[in-house]
Design a protein around this ligand. Sequence first.
Ligand code: PMP
Length: 490
Amino acid sequence: PYNGPSADEVFQKRKKFLGPSLFHFYQKPLNIVEGKMQYLFDETGRRYLDAFAGIVTVSCGHCHPDILNAINEQSKLLQHATTIYLHHAIGDFAEALAAKMPGNLKVVYFVNSGSEANELAMMMARLYTGSLEMISLRNAYHGGSSNTIGLTALNTWKYPLPQGEIHHVVNPDPYRGVFGSDGSMYAKDVQDHIDYGTSGNVAGFIAETIQGVGGAVELAPGYLKSVYDIVRKAGGVCIADEVQTGFGRTGSHYWGFQTQDVVPDIVTMAKGIGNGLPLGAVVTTPEIASVLATKIQFNTFGGNPVCSAGGLAVLNVIDKERRQTHCAEVGSHLIQRLKDLQKRHDIIGDVRGRGLMVGIELVTDRKDKTPAKAETAVLFEQLRELGILVGKGGLHGNVFRIKPPMCFTKDDAAIVAKLYKKEEAGRKKVMEEEEDEDDTFEDAVCSKTPARVNTPLSVITEAFENLADLLKPDISTDEDGLSLDAFCSA
Ligand code: PMP
């Protein structure tokens, strides 16, 4: 049993000693004390089905045994020494990662986060091309560090500081974008930006293939292929930000960029690569990588033995447990079910995504697509009450993001058995109330899970059915007195 401080004590200490820019989900913040595969537990032992994976980070499952084992074994031997000495783990990991890459993408730099990866990618693009001008998409998120904040194009995250030589082109968003699903028209906008807004030469173009923070927006078909040609003709390099879309999550492909049939010049990654370890990477060609050889590019923790051992274990688990195929199967099932739900509920304006990277956009009217901000905030709270943790995103905070850990295999059965013991003690009442033996999303995700466990889909349905009751006027502020707007866009 948990003997630590109460949720309120944890929250008060965090408010007192941590920076005021931190935000939290839920009016009454959730205190998570343990995680096992796709489940999280609060301090009372209540179990939640985690459909957000710590912001798409816990790729293989919380505390996955193989990954924990690799981290523990390496920690016992050596935690850290830096790349000033030799150690086999960094090379082994880099080799395995390079093997996952197409073409000549064979040189790896390890860093500690997605922002660092994109900083480094931008630095290489600028040094390699001799141009400073970068292009990124509106509605993109590429980081919060001083340079990547410029690439990011969502005002919630942008402090008024110099953003440097960055052009934000029209977002090829099939649902809200001005050109609908016509990838070639959006590509033309990139050409226009280069012609009118730059010297004619650019350093590079960066994009996610499915925008994560922006609300699971999949780029219009054919967009990247045309844009990569345009950018390369203008002397630039093409960067794929795979921080959220990589490692099989899209189901149809291992990397998001493959869904648009392109090969980038630089690929950046983080989050899922470490299943929770602070780890990021940049993979590029030997030619582009060589621009950094004129000086020293050093990163104290980049590729440290523990992170490298853990990262290699992640790659192995994804292969061994056939996560990509699994994401394709489970994801298409989920998306289909959500589309069925959309037919019954006008508030669901759009259901989109690929594999286990899914978005549900809520609107108050389908014609004008007015963001259903308040309704999303209320449903979000309701889902938590029902034991389901999803994410929220988009400029208006009106998109649910469903991106669970990609887990569940026979090998997990032993862990699951343990979970049930724990649940029996802590959640009997909730379980009884939530009995639901329908053929559901979770049945597909977790074939070993007894049917009595509630499912994201039935919970979402339930929440939607009760929407009218849920919409009470007292949600205008959260506990910290944040406005509804701030709350919705966090
Ligand atoms: N790129 C994308 C697509 C992201 O979603 C994020 C984080 N949300 C980042 C970069 C930045 O990663 P980090 O928070 O690890 O710096």
